[in-house]
Design a protein around this ligand. Structure first.
Ligand code: NAI
Length: 506
């Protein structure tokens, strides 16, 4: 197949530019690297050459292939050197005015048929294109760091971009071994927009004192299968990057409550406690290893009282079977006996509200999160209410830890940790589809490849049932009175009539 672009220029030889140069040369294109700092070009070429040498040592590339790649990666000393290029990828400093003036200069040098693209992650593609003579030939081409390993690229159409340009860029992405996804020019595009739910909701949970950050990380890793908890992720990305992304998307969406930033990251950023790279973020790092506070031990209890389960508990039959397997004495009366441990399993509601509404004794009432099937998780999460007696809390903890599964006990909160975070992620993903920023399929691809979630948010929503997630969101809205939990129409309509979240109307 002929290459979509055989002569390619990359402007900016930093972390991103060198990665893009590497995969373009590997695809077979002739690549010119340009940077205002001449030494940056040399450093970038050396770094890429080293990568190829390593791949050759490991037997993943032949000597011939490496020689070919090296011969195709050249340095340029001025923009004039790039006159013949069919594609120019900009990966310079993230400043609108500097990017605009670079593209204005490039238009003067290049052929009218040349395609110009920006790797911006936070600026508007349309705003950069506004200065250009040929905005139809201009698009966003958003790669992720490190480029050779993060195999997805967002192809972003500005207001005036020719769809044929996006198609050609998608073809070229595939030729470079990447998966293209098509996005409309909106704040955060797909990946950085879809990623808002995870950390932002986790921060809110910490700020309410429901659980500490290490507990929240454990819960989300063990119940949902995220590779990194939200606070481990913040430490890796560093708050001097992520806090600005959170604020930028929030303001670009005119203070949409779903994306509201949190004072916790603002304060930590101000204090310089930004993450692993400075030795301290949410965790302290010693020799690069996070110092994780120990988990509270399973309490030792003399006996476990009989257990009564609310008739309104989520996954009630599954919960009863689990209690049987754990050897609990289960009460079957219409109401709990005076000594019973009373279990509730709400979706979205807090334990206090459920105890009041169901007329249960709050002192003996403990909640368990049953959003996911118990068999699919590595941890159970219990929640107390302000009146729960310590002996009842400890009995529940000991009972649910009997088979060796990890148990976390958190304070009362609408929707537990997992329900809040998962419902928020699925809701934001649904809203991305509602806004037609991208197709449901591209959303799933972008999130699984760009954020390494265990599955796409829409697939997760389908697995748990859109109706369950809607129940969580409606009840969270009641508990908190906060519009951030209002369900996206995309989720509401599909949930109401039992359709897949991947279903498009037209
Ligand atoms: P970097 O700071 O590592 O490299 C930028 C390079 O551009 C430097 O070598 C600098 O000398 C050069 N440069 C600055 N102004 C220039 C100009 N007017 N003409 C030519 N060269 C110029 O930056 P990085 O991280 O590679 O980011 C580049 C772009 O990619 C930014 O727009 C950033 O937002 C975007 N991006 C960054 C990601 C990341 O994780 N680092 C991820 C996705 C996008």
């Amino acid at each position: 197949m002929t290459l979509a672009f055989s002569k390619v220029a990359i402007i900016g030889a930093g972390a991103m530019g060198r990665g893009i140069a590497q995969i373009a040369a590997q695809a077979g294109s002739q690549v010119w690297l340009y940077d205002t700092q001449a030494e940056a070009i040399q450093k970038a070429r050396d770094a890429v050459f080293q990568q190829w040498d390593k791949l050759q040592e490991k037997g993943r590339l032949s000597a011939e292939a490496v020689a070919g790649h090296k011969s195709r990666l050249l340095g340029a000393t001025s923009l004039q050197d790039l006159a013949e290029c069919e594609l120019v990828v900009e990966a310079i400093v993230e400043k609108l005015d500097i990017k605009k003036s670079l593209f204005t200069e490039l238009e003067k040098v290049l052929a009218p048929t040349a395609v110009l693209v920006t790797n911006t992650s936070s600026l508007s593609v349309t705003a950069i294109a506004a200065a250009l003579q040929r905005p139809a030939q201009f698009a966003g081409y958003h790669f992720f760091n490190p480029v050779p390993l993060m195999k997805v690229v967002e192809v972003i159409a500005g207001l005036k971009t020719d769809p044929a340009v996006c198609q050609r860029l998608s073809d070229f992405a595939r030729q470079m071994g990447h998966t293209p996804v098509q996005a409309q020019d909106t704040p955060g595009f797909i990946v950085n927009h879809a990623g808002r739910g995870y950390g932002t909701e986790a921060l809110r949970i910490v700020s309410e004192g429901v659980a500490d950050f290490a507990t929240i990380d454990r819960i989300l890793r063990d119940q949902v299968g995220f590779k990194l908890g939200p606070f481990e992720l913040f430490d890796l990305t560093a708050l001097d990057v992520s806090h600005h992304v959170i604020e930028s998307i929030y303001h670009q969406y005119y203070e949409e409550p779903r994306y509201r930033p949190n004072v916790i990251t603002a304060q930590r950023l101000a204090g310089g406690v930004v993450g692993k790279k400075v030795g301290e973020g949410f965790y302290k790092y010693v020799d690069g290893a996070a110092q994780v506070p120990a988990e509270p031990p399973v309490p030792v209890v003399e006996s476990i009282p009989p257990v009564w389960v609310s008739p309104r508990a989520a996954r009630r039959m599954e919960l009863l079977q689990l209690l049987k397997d754990l050897g609990a004495k289960i009460e079957t009366g219409a109401s709990p006996s005076p000594e019973a441990l009373t279990l509730v399993a709400p979706l979205g509601f807090d334990i206090t509200t459920v105890a009041v509404v169901e007329r249960l004794d709050p002192a003996r009432t403990v909640g368990i999160d049953m959003l996911f099937e118990d068999s699919s998780t590595k941890r159970r999460v219990l929640a107390t209410n302000p009146a729960t007696r310590a002996d009842m809390r400890d009995a529940a903890h000991a009972l649910f830890a009997r088979d060796g599964k990890a148990v976390s006990v958190i304070r009362d909160s609408g929707g537990f940790v997992t329900q809040r975070v998962v419902a928020t992620i699925v809701n934001i993903a649904s809203d991305i589809c509602q806004q037609r920023i991208c197709s449901p399929q591209d959303l799933e691809t972008a999130v699984t490849l760009g954020l390494a979630y265990p599955m796409g948010p829409l697939a997760m929503g389908n697995r748990l049932g859109p109706d369950s997630l809607l129940e969580v969101l409606f009840n969270l809205q009641t508990v908190y009175g906060d519009p951030r939990y209002r369900p996206s129409p995309w989720l509401r309509r599909r949930g109401a009539i039992g359709l897949s979240l991947m279903h498009t109307e037209d």
